[in-house]
Unconditional design. Structure first.
Length: 490
């Protein structure tokens, strides 16, 4: 098997056994990037000289019998993470020359675990799209079909993994930014419980990189296997040493079960605000069939499930309240005037977006209170179930769409157009209450595009959906090498 497509666990074992050197793996990864990334454009900022130096240091440490979880394994990092000596732009042309002096806390943890950082992966402008393109670094293509998006905002990372450019990557998720690219590119990703993995050093340039707790947003791992996801989460998780880390140590509970037949799973494929495309519904059904075949208890309905329509409205308001928090005052006043003209009966997601943009502090507190009621509802649901399996978005990867007015874009779902941002409701199902969610491959669409499904778990029980992902990987398979013209990419 091509070394560039082996799992991180396999590479780590081969390195410890002396079967291969980190220098060899790093050179192979660089060669793959130089050969294939011209078509994909996943690696927007290579760091090959320092990667080679880190690989030599890793080989010396391996020779000394040092034992670190990712020692010598080549990885990539989402562009939005600070890496000392490399630009952090978030795709914003005005910040193309901003170079931070320190690594983000997650980059520091990767390096402490022995990983070799090959470079940074592409993102959308300001991380605010389900695609990855910007004026500085251009467009990242889907490895399965170059006319389709790789997803966003961690689209460069997902495309890199699918193309064999490093065994692991780290991304972030506010509106499905880990899960959607994984779904579109056929790889794995995990959105951790809110607050589990610190985000210091993943801040819009020019900073500062403060140890703040962001609402909704998380840092998380991406990989080609579920087991690699769990290992990388162990590296990333734990409180920031500048804040809670002063007094707290992390002890995640084990997975609730170790066998597929012991899991209780609620399966969803319908949402009141948006249709589910046939290809995605088929992927959800493949997961449901695998669960049933493995002896798991599967249900399609539960009165304990928090209201999906209200959940989507709350998520939309919370998401958009943050997105315009620093708008110029005149633009904000224009939005307030538009919101004032909304009818009280208008409960559409368009209305929720507009209301969210102009929430007063008093109104935000009320929305947050309703979120807490939903969190309580999820706790009750997870007394009865161990996980919820559902879509990530309603369709596989869609064609590139670069209309700068995102609110005017439309998403085609089996021939019917829907507002572009309405597809966020499935990602928001886990994001709004801060729940962990693992994205897994669930086969291919009739067009040959990957389809993913997310497994949502209980708060701070991240090991439960991760373990279920491992078991399903064994049951239905996982990552497949992208194919074009009927032949594997490599």
């Amino acid at each position: 098997m091509d070394e560039n497509f082996r799992s991180a666990g396999e590479l780590a074992a081969a390195l410890r056994a002396g079967e291969v050197s980190s220098a060899e793996l790093t050179e192979a990864a660089i060669a793959g990037i130089e050969r294939d990334d011209g078509e994909i454009n996943a690696i927007c900022a290579p760091d090959f000289d320092r990667a080679r130096a880190a690989a030599r240091q890793a080989d010396q440490a391996l020779h000394r019998r040092e034992d670190r979880p990712l020692l010598g394994v080549p990885v990539t990092v989402k562009e939005s993470y600070d890496v000392a000596g490399m630009p952090t732009t978030w795709g914003m042309p005005q910040h193309r020359d901003f170079v931070p002096a320190q690594d983000a806390v997650q980059v520091s943890r990767l390096k402490a675990a022995g990983a070799v950082v090959l470079g940074k992966t592409n993102v959308p402008l300001g991380l605010q799209d389900l695609q990855s393109f910007n004026e500085i670094h251009g467009t990242t293509n889907n490895p399965w079909n170059h006319g389709r998006t790789s997803g966003g905002s961690s689209g460069g990372s997902a495309a890199a993994l699918a193309s064999g450019f490093g065994a692991l990557s780290i991304g972030s998720d506010l509106a499905g930014s880990l899960r959607t690219p994984a779904h579109f590119c056929g790889v794995y990703a995990h959105k951790p419980t809110l607050g589990l993995a610190p985000t210091r050093g993943m801040v819009p340039p020019p900073g500062p990189a403060l140890p703040v707790e962001h609402d909704l947003a998380v840092a998380g791992p991406m990989a080609r296997t579920a087991r690699d996801l769990a290992q990388l989460l162990d590296v990333m998780a734990g409180p920031d040493p500048l804040t809670l880390g002063k007094a707290h140590h992390l002890t995640l509970p084990p997975a609730r079960h170790d066998r597929l037949r012991d899991f209780r799973v609620l399966v969803l494929d319908e949402h009141p605000f948006i249709a589910t495309g046939a290809a995605v519904r088929a992927g959800v059904n493949r997961v449901a069939d695998a669960l049933v075949a493995g002896g798991a208890r599967v249900e399609r309905h539960s009165p304990l499930l928090p209201d999906l329509a209200e959940s989507a409205s709350l998520y939309t308001q919370l998401l958009f309240s943050g997105s315009v928090a620093r708008f110029p005052i005149d633009a904000y006043e224009q939005l307030r005037a538009r919101a004032a003209r909304l009818s009280a009966e208008d409960q559409s997601l368009d209305a929720a977006r507009l209301r969210g943009m102009v929430l007063s502090h008093r109104e935000w507190i009320e929305v947050n209170h309703r979120r807490e009621l939903h969190r309580h509802g999820w706790r009750q649901l997870f007394d009865e179930f161990d996980a919820v399996a559902c879509p990530i978005t309603p369709t596989p990867a869609f064609p590139h769409e670069h209309d700068p007015d995102l609110l005017d874009r439309r998403l085609d779902i089996d021939g019917v157009e829907h507002p572009y941002f309405d597809q966020l409701v499935w990602a928001g199902l886990a994001t709004m209450p801060g729940l962990p969610a693992t994205a897994i491959p669930a086969g291919l669409s009739p067009e040959g595009l990957p389809v993913g499904v997310q497994l949502i778990g209980p708060t701070f029980e991240d090991r439960t959906p991760l373990r279920l992902a491992e078991l399903l990987e064994d049951q239905i398979g996982g990552f497949q090498t992208p194919r074009r013209g009927g032949q594997p990419l490599r």
